[in-house]
Design a protein around this ligand. Sequence first.
Ligand code: ADP
Ligand code: MG
Length: 274
Amino acid sequence: MNPFALPTREAAAPSAPHPEAAPLLEGRNVTKFFGGLAALNSVDFAVYPNEIMGLIGPNGSGKTTLFDCLTRVQHVSAGEIYFKGVDITDYKPYQVAHLGLARTFQVIRVYKKLTVWENMLLSRQWGGLSMRKKFHTPPAETEDRARGLVSFLLLDRVMDEQAGNLSGGQQRLLEIGMALMPDPDLILLDEATSGVNPTLIEEIKDRIRTLNSQYGKAFLLVEHNIHFISDLCSRVFVLNYGQKLAEGSPDEIMENEDVIEAYFGADGGDDDDW
Ligand code: ADP
Ligand code: MG
């Protein structure tokens, strides 16, 4: 059964990008200054269709800023961003969302006073719809989709709860559900497992895998949980001080001397420091 009340797409295995595939999302020379600080310095970057890619780096290395630039929440100081081959460098965030690029935030953003159900319905469309219209009765297919997603994300039992009363993990799942409502092709998740208990982390992992393999959704994951990254991602991109430090398979990245030094200093460290 299709949990989203939408036609099921052809199954696609999570795999390394096809060498000749055009990138789904591409950043060229992405540079972002905050005053004199280069939060991103000439970053070249690509996510391919059907890919689950990891984005890691020490705190302050520019991961969230890169998400902000890619989704046009922040203007870039220099460089270009392409999504599905379209130059979106000067797009507004809702125009990017319309094209099929969705994201969640490091600090959870749900409407805490609204119920889970209301949060889902409000997320159905971005821009071009007034808040008043958003509260009108939605079309039946929107409700079907919201119901399918709520169930897929294990939120049925809390559908009528105010979102602010949910656990951190459930709020993360709700955010993922809200990001999925407009049926995006690529979802950027910023620390989706932070503050989430280990059982729910496994559920989130499982949902991402299903969305990728059965529905063809591509993901870009900012994560500190290296096991989460190595279980899901075919490729990992590493930022350090706003610059690309390395790119490769999870195994290559975990053995990369520069990456180890950036995280732990020259003397190494233990696994849990990731
Ligand atoms: P990460 O997500 O990898 O932890 P961030 O992208 O949040 O890193 O931050 C990268 C750098 O940019 C940090 O030095 C941070 O202090 C700075 N920074 C991020 N956002 C802003 C902002 N809105 N104004 C000024 N500096 C910022
Ligand atoms: Mg961050």
